[in-house]
Design a protein around this ligand. Structure first.
Ligand SMILES: CC(C)(COP(=O)(O)OP(=O)(O)OC[C@H]1O[C@@H](n2cnc3c(N)ncnc32)[C@H](O)[C@@H]1OP(=O)(O)O)[C@@H](O)C(=O)NCCC(=O)NCCS
Length: 263
């Protein structure tokens, strides 16, 4: 238990991470399986305990949460320099939030997640377990960043610096979104999602060795592709596809600029 609590504290300080930048790795990221193993151990060591909500909204006794005692909600103070706007958000123990992160309610950050400076986590956004979110990222309303705890050597979802994840996007199964990329509202990325690059004519896919990787500064929008065989063709069906329509330009930067005053 002592070792787990030390690991949890180190995670919350950002001193250890479930995945770290590594230029020598083909994905640019190195998974740290021992960290993920430690996070899983915390679930095994935990016993169910009641966690009264308390506070003026829910006076003690009116609302009680029940969870593993090893993963309570994190408590922040003004000295942490994080804005946690009132109203239904929760950051679980073992998650790291850098100074200047803004959390709009309701949002949820799970254990092992890492969120770097200047990032905005908007309402209804989820940052799943072990997800790695870079600097100045905007996770827009209802963006879902999937968690990857098991298997322990599987890479978590990584959103690099200066990415815009539009409203209602979903990024799952260890996808990596490189620096400066823009996911238009409603884009979904999984291991099985083909990404059609209209700029260079390539089709990007995950492989057995590599997750789906969205290139730096790519602007990805939700699209569809015609089914060209069998019943799908006869029925005139289309399947979902993600499409790179261009690379970030001045117009994109204008469309994605956040109101600094709101921060
Ligand atoms: C992607 C986005 C930033 C626009 O970027 P942009 O660089 O200004 O894009 P452009 O207008 O130059 O569009 C480039 C091409 O992509 C298409 N496109 C742009 N946004 C699209 C979208 N969301 N869905 C489908 N196609 C889209 C355009 O039609 C254009 O194609 P065309 O030349 O064939 O007409 C914007 O559409 C977007 O999704 N913003 C995020 C909104 C959001 O979620 N806000 C958060 C609120 S909390």
């Amino acid at each position: 238990m002592t070792a787990f609590l030390s690991l949890r504290e180190a995670l919350e300080r950002g001193q250890v991470r479930s995945a770290s930048p590594d230029p020598a790795s083909p994905t640019g990221w190195r998974v740290n399986p021992w960290v993920k193993q430690g996070i899983l151990l915390g679930f095994r060591l935990g016993t169910l305990e009641e966690m009264p909500a308390g506070g003026p909204t829910f006076p003690v006794g009116t609302l009680v949460y029940v969870d593993k005692h090893t993963y309570p909600a994190r408590h922040f103070t003004a000295d942490d320099g994080i804005r946690l706007v009132p109203g239904g958000s929760s950051v679980r123990a073992g998650a790291y939030l850098a100074r200047s992160v803004v959390c709009m309610p309701p949002m949820y950050v799970n254990a092992g997640a890492y969120i770097d400076e200047g990032t905005m986590v908007d309402s209804h956004a989820l940052v799943g377990s072990c997800a790695q979110i870079g600097k100045r990222v905007h996770l827009s309303a209802a963006a879902q960043i999937g968690g990857v705890l098991e298997p322990v050597n599987a890479s978590p979802v990584v959103i690099e610096d200066d990415v815009l994840v539009g409203g209602n996007c979903g990024v799952y199964e260890g996808a990596i979104v490189r620096k400066g990329a823009v996911l238009a509202a409603g884009t979904i990325l999984t291991r099985g999602t083909p990404v059609f690059n209209l700029v260079n004519g390539e089709v990007l896919r995950a492989t057995d060795e590599l997750p789906l990787i969205i290139p730096e500064n790519a602007v990805v929008v939700p699209g569809s592709r015609a089914v060209t065989k069998g019943k799908g063709q006869a029925w005139g069906l289309s399947l979902y596809a993600a499409v790179i329509v261009k690379y970030r330009d001045d117009k994109t930067s204008l469309s994605t600029t956040l109101e600094d005053l709101l921060r």
